[in-house]
Design a protein around this ligand. Structure first.
Ligand code: SAH
Length: 349
C-alpha cells in the first residue's frame, strides 16, 4: 500500500471526511492491504459505539405490487412474469408475533409502491403493531410518498424510514430509472423524512449498470453531507426479466471496502450486511460484519411470499437469511467474534 493511501485512511478515521480526489484515490488504488487497514479502523470505531453488538431486523415484504418501473428491479411494474401478492393485515401482524418470539425488536415493512397501502391502511397497521409490541421499532421501506403522508405515518408510530438514494449523481439516476422518476424527488423525500424526525436510511447498489468511480465518490460525499442514521449498500445483482438482465453483478470485495469507508464517515451509522451480499457470497454477511456492518435483516415474510419478492435472481430467503433459523444466524455471528442482541437498536446521534 502506498504511503499516500495510508495517510488518506488515517485522515478519514480521524476527520470522517475526505476530498473528492482523496475518495477517488482510495477506491482506484485499493488493494488487500488498504482493505485490511480500513476494516481494522472501521472495526475499532464500531466497537467504540456498539461494542460487538449486532442488531437484527425482521424484514416483512408486504407487497410486490409496484407502480414504478426501475430498470434494475425484479418487481418493476413492467415485469409480466412476476407473480404478484399482497399480505393482509392479519398476515403482517402474525409475522410480527413470530418475529417477537424469535427476539426481534425491529420490524421492517418493505414493499413496492402499492397504491393499496394508503395512509389510512398503513397508519392502522402501524398502530396495531405498536399496540401488540410497544417495545419494538417500526421501520418503513415503501418508497416515495408525499411529506404529509410521511408525517401521518410518523405520527402513527413509525420510527424509521429506509429510502435508498440509489445514486447521488442525477445523470446516473436517469440511467437507472424511467423518466417518470426523478433524482430531485428522491432527494426531496430523504430531506422530508429527516425534517419530520424519522431515523433515516439512504443507500445505493455497488456495481449498478453505468456506475463510475466518480459516481461512487458522489455517493460517499452525499453520505458525508446527509449524515444518515442508517445506510444500506449491497451489490447489484441482475434479474432476468429486467432491462438490466445482461449486466454483470457488483463485487463483494468493493461492497465490503465501501462498508468500511462508510463506517469511518459516519461512526455511529447503522449499517446492514445486506441480503444481496449474502446472496452472491456464502460468507458475504460475515465479510460485511467484519468490514464494519452492525445490522442484519433476516427474512420474516410468510413462506409463500418469499420467492415472489424477487428483486434480483437467486435472492436468498432460506438458511441463515430466514428469521426462523435465528440459532444458525447467532452461531455464525458468534464464530466471527460478535453477538446478536435482542434490542431495538436505535441510531445513536
Ligand atoms: N419500493 C421500495 C423498496 C425497494 S427494494 C423503495 O423504493 O425504497 C429495496 C432496495 O433493493 C432498492 O432500494 C434497491 O437498491 C435494491 N434492489 C432492487 N433491485 C436490485 C437488484 N437487482 N440488485 C440489487 N439490489 C436491488
Amino acid at each position: 500500500m502506498d504511503k499516500k493511501i495510508k495517510d488518506i485512511i488515517e485522515k478519514l478515521a480521524e476527520c470522517h471526511s475526505l476530498s473528492a480526489d482523496e475518495y477517488k484515490l482510495l477506491i482506484t488504488e485499493r488493494d488487500e492491504e488498504s482493505a485490511e487497514l480500513l476494516s481494522i479502523k472501521a472495526d475499532a470505531v464500531r466497537r467504540e459505539h456498539y461494542g460487538t453488538d449486532i442488531y437484527i431486523r425482521g424484514l416483512i415484504e408486504i407487497s410486490n405490487i409496484c407502480k414504478n418501473d426501475c430498470f434494475y428491479c425484479g418487481i418493476r411494474a413492467g415485469n409480466k412474469n412476476c407473480e404478484r401478492y399482497r399480505l393482509t393485515e392479519e398476515e403482517i401482524l402474525s409475522c410480527c408475533k413470530e418475529g417477537y418470539k424469535l427476539g426481534i425488536r425491529t420490524f421492517v415493512l418493505q414493499g413496492g409502491e402499492d397504491l393499496h397501502f394508503t395512509d389510512a391502511v398503513l397508519c392502522n397497521l402501524i398502530q396495531q403493531i405498536k399496540i401488540n409490541h410497544p417495545d419494538c421499532a417500526v421501520t418503513l421501506s415503501l418508497g416515495e410518498r408525499s411529506k404529509d403522508s410521511y408525517k401521518a405515518l410518523y405520527d402513527a408510530g413509525a420510527d424509521r424510514y429506509l429510502l435508498r438514494h440509489e445514486t447521488a449523481d442525477s445523470e446516473h439516476y436517469s440511467k437507472l430509472h424511467p423518466s417518470a422518476m426523478s433524482f430531485e424527488t428522491r432527494m426531496q423525500c430523504l430531506h422530508n423524512l429527516k425534517d419530520i424526525g424519522y431515523q433515516v436510511g439512504c443507500g445505493f447498489m455497488v456495481g449498478s449498470p453505468y456506475q463510475t468511480v466518480d459516481n461512487i465518490v458522489k455517493d460517499l460525499q452525499f453520505i458525508e453531507a446527509f449524515q444518515p442514521d442508517m445506510c444500506g449498500i449491497g451489490p447489484f445483482i441482475p434479474h432476468k426479466d429486467t432491462p438490466f438482465a445482461s449486466f454483470e453483478q457488483g463485487s463483494v470485495e468493493l461492497t465490503c471496502y465501501l462498508l468500511s469507508i462508510i463506517r469511518l464517515i459516519c461512526p455511529s451509522v447503522l449499517l446492514p450486511a445486506t441480503t444481496a451480499l449474502g446472496t452472491i457470497d456464502k460468507q458475504g454477511r460475515e465479510k460485511g460484519i467484519l468490514a464494519g456492518a452492525n445490522v442484519i435483516m433476516p427474512n420474516l415474510s410468510p413462506e409463500s411470499a418469499r420467492s415472489k419478492y424477487e428483486l434480483y435472481n437467486g435472492k436468498l430467503a432460506t438458511g441463515s437469511e430466514a428469521a426462523e433459523n435465528i440459532l444458525k444466524i447467532k452461531n455464525s455471528i458468534k464464530k466471527i467474534g460478535y453477538r446478536i442482541v435482542c434490542a431495538r437498536g436505535d441510531a445513536k446521534r
